[in-house]
Ligand binder design. Sequence first.
Ligand code: GTP
Ligand code: MG
Length: 180
Amino acid sequence: AFIDVTLSLLKITKVGKTSLIMSLVSEEFPDEVPLRAEEITIPADVTPERVPTHIVDYSEAEQSDEQLYQEISKANVICIVYSVNNKKSIEKVTSHWIPLINDRTDKDSRVPLILVGNKSDLVEHSSMETILPIMNQYQDIETCVECSAKNLKNISELFYYAQKAVLHPTGPLYCPEEKE
Ligand code: GTP
Ligand code: MG
């Protein structure tokens, strides 16, 4: 038997959701991206956990709240993307996105969340100091990762963590060190 892993990436501001998906697929940073990436399915044999994986982008400009709620209810794992150089985007994780997702999912069947700090190429310092208290506060957060769509850092890791969160959920506190 295999499990389909459906993964949703959520909008905060221009944090790079679409760029992350395009970087994964084409293995290079796209200079220009559409507002929303087409839904893609990564075939089982090219994913680390050997499960077909649907990746669903979200665009506030192109989608209604209703469509967002539908995507949330279908997802097996949700990546909440913020930008490491944008404090507001980090604040919105706890003020907006986690409550919104919790409201839309059953208490007993919560989806694992992954906090994704994109644009690590733009900063010297990691955002982990800010993120760790959030990780401790919300049990649904499976893991966090800092990455860069631009220099392709930790992109395949991000999607691997997402698959792993669905197939082999671990404790809530695992937070991988950023690789240099
Ligand atoms: P919306 O769909 O409008 O919500 O935005 P989004 O979250 O999909 O972001 P998008 O991929 O459109 O990227 C927004 C801007 O950030 C673009 O100008 C990208 O080129 C840039 N960008 C995305 N990822 C990175 C990154 O890792 N590093 C840097 N420096 N820029 C990035
Ligand atoms: Mg987009």
